[in-house]
Design a protein around this ligand. Sequence first.
Ligand code: CMC
Length: 436
Amino acid sequence: MADAPKRTVTLTDDQNGQSWKLPVLDGTEGPSVIDIRKLYGETGYFTHDPGFTSTSSCESKITFIDGDKGILLHRGYPIDQLANKSDFLEVAYLLQYGELPNPTEKQDWVKHITYHTMVHEQLSSFFSGFRRDAHPMAIMCGVVGALSAFYHDSTDIHDPVQREVACHRLIAKMPTLAAMAYKYSIGQPFVYPQNNLSYAENFLYMCYSVPAEPYKINPVLAKAMDKIFILHADHEQNASTSTVRLASSSGANPFACIAAGITSLWGPAHGGANEAVLKMLMEIGSKDKIPEIVRRAKDKSDSFRLMGFGHRVYKNYDPRAKVMQETCREVLAELGIKNDPLLETAMELERVALQDDYFVQKKLYPNVDFYSGIILRAMGFPMSMFTVLFALARTAGWVSHWQEQFGEGGEQKIGRPRQLYTGATERDFVPVDKRK
Ligand code: CMC
């Protein structure tokens, strides 16, 4: 728990001069918060904050972001160090348990995850119920929610062992389900996981191998895939993570909660932005169209926004975007792609936007999605799979936040926001023949 409040702020009602002292809580990093839990009971007022721009929704020890400085820490470790020195499963362990694993813990953890990668055979028949041209995110919403119909022995949220097994299963099975969604869309047979491969290698194997011939893993691409997973693993109380927490607050089972997170991630303002960025870069086509696209992004009468730019929390360069840009170069070099027109357009767009007063004043910088689509496309993924890969990686964060709600300092109270009601006041029902 945060330390007991040492100071207060005073809220005064200007109408009648009445005032109330509200406790201030300090975290270990970041802004302090005004504790308003008793506000309504004591004052009769709610607070009003649509979009939660000034609201802390929970206490958490998992991830810290300093948006002004462009800092992202998981359990205290900077994201660039994790991306360059760790691996995805180690980061997933760190998010979940709070510390990096020692060698024995790591071995056990990797084994646990690896041996949960297969999905119930009956689950395969779910896929054939979808149209072949279904968006893979639509499939993921369905099949991840359906896991709760298959793994009854890990849905009792009051049993810590079942909760842990559910987390293992979700981290382990997401690549298998994501690869199945991909294979289904291209009409190829599903490929079973291989336990001798790493998490990222296995995912590439399940996506790109076919039963008819051997498949050779490219270590540079596998490393890049792993880095992309790390960069997407968690990001504090974003829309999808908050959705998972809210869904869980009602006591819903873990698979249903993660399915809720997937639906929230899908939107273009969140995880769907990587797909939207690539569509935008393709539409721009050549550098000479950039001034026009920047003009449109600034025009208030046009709903168009520069996709992959701006962030609710970062008012500086997104630290994930920096690593992503380096990874992009490594992947394109490995694949022998010289002068990729999309990368060139993206870099020129970034250069132009970062010199433009509008973007400078509003502190709009490239975010994690700006370069990821270029890498994923070069690796062979269709655009529709980009957000699926985001969901796969973010599952590590979602399950950690889900677990945190049950631990010390966790909030198991049902999430129930209130509202500022501006509708009709009470009136009497009018029978249909009397209505004008
Ligand atoms: N292009 C043009 N103008 C922008 C953009 C943009 N990409 N982003 C923000 N603005 C403007 C916006 O019009 C507003 O201007 P004004 O104050 O004059 O009304 C101002 O900047 C603040 O924007 P906001 O919408 O109030 O900020 P927000 O914190 O609610 O939205 C955002 C954050 C990420 C939804 C938004 O920046 C955006 O839509 N970006 C494009 C989509 C995108 O790249 N999303 C991925 C986010 S990172 C991955 C993830 O976390 O899922």
